[in-house]
Ligand binder design. Structure first.
Ligand SMILES: Cc1cc2nc3c(=O)[nH]c(=O)nc-3n(C[C@H](O)[C@H](O)[C@H](O)COP(=O)(O)OP(=O)(O)OC[C@H]3O[C@@H](n4cnc5c(N)ncnc54)[C@H](O)[C@@H]3O)c2cc1C
Length: 214
């Protein structure tokens, strides 16, 4: 990720600029808390946005998929925009006009490259597992050459990034504030449910200990 934290013309927020952040710590924290990303890119002149899982190592973001994926093939070497959004709350105001959502989001701009070295691929996949499913790697059926071959890993060399954080109470105009309806924020909390074993899960296995995002 670019060491600069001052925005350029591309990443300077014009709308609601007080919600902007460009420092690495903020951008990294949002990326780390939100494994689900959307990647925007151009195919044959037409815009596409594809959802995927992302993980971060240092200043780079990674995502992966089947070697047969068109998305992963056409995007190599191109400019892309990757976003992550965390939904933190519903903002209920006195008018529909002022209703909104509390969120943290990031936009990353950069060039996409394929990770082709098999040793690096394996290290990246281990890093993904360690981040998303901590503790499972040592227990897993070891990765095979075929697993590696069937997996494409992409990485984005991030040129620039911006974050936007919206965490404010409803901003009704003074003339609406006595309107007799509840106003405030209802937090949105993502939780994990009880593990549901696969029908063919070996009986008696210890339950997994997992987390999702941050
Ligand atoms: C869950 C969610 C719901 C939203 N709902 C609405 C809505 O209903 N209506 C609405 O107008 N906007 C909404 N937004 C805000 C929206 O993402 C844009 O910030 C806003 O529309 C202004 O767009 P713009 O192109 O004019 O921004 P500009 O300020 O002109 O954008 C300039 C640059 O600022 C940065 N930037 C802009 N927006 C974001 C962002 N969200 N995250 C990180 N960097 C950013 C980018 O680098 C961008 O290139 C929502 C955002 C989220 C995450």
């Amino acid at each position: 990720m670019s060491p600069q934290s001052a925005p350029t013309d591309r990443t300077r927020l014009r709308r609601m600029s007080h919600k902007a952040a460009h420092d690495k710590a903020t951008v990294h924290a949002i990326l780390d808390a939100g494994p689900v990303a959307h990647v925007g890119y151009i195919v044959n002149g037409a815009p596409h946005v594809t959802p995927t899982l992302q993980w971060r190592e240092g200043d780079r973001v990674f995502w992966h998929g089947s070697a047969a994926s068109r998305f992963l093939r056409v995007i190599e070497g191109t400019q892309a925009c990757l976003t992550v959004t965390l939904t933190d709350g519903l903002v209920l105001a006195r008018s529909g006009f002022e209703h909104s959502i509390s969120y943290r989001s990031v936009l990353l701009f950069g060039t996409v490259q394929i990770v082709s070295d098999p040793a690096e691929k394996e290290a990246r996949l281990k890093a993904m597992m360690d981040q998303m499913f901590p503790g499972r790697w040592p227990q897993l059926r070891p990765m095979t050459t075929q697993d590696l071959k069937a997996t494409t890993i992409l990485t984005m060399e991030v040129d620039e990034a911006s974050a936007k954080i919206s965490a404010e109470m409803p901003d009704d105009p003074p003339e609406d504030r006595n309107w007799p309806i509840w106003a405030g924020i209802v937090p949105v909390i993502t939780t994990l449910g009880p593990p549901q074993p696969a029908p063919d899960c070996v009986p008696g296995m210890a339950l997994p200990v997992v987390t999702f995002g941050g």
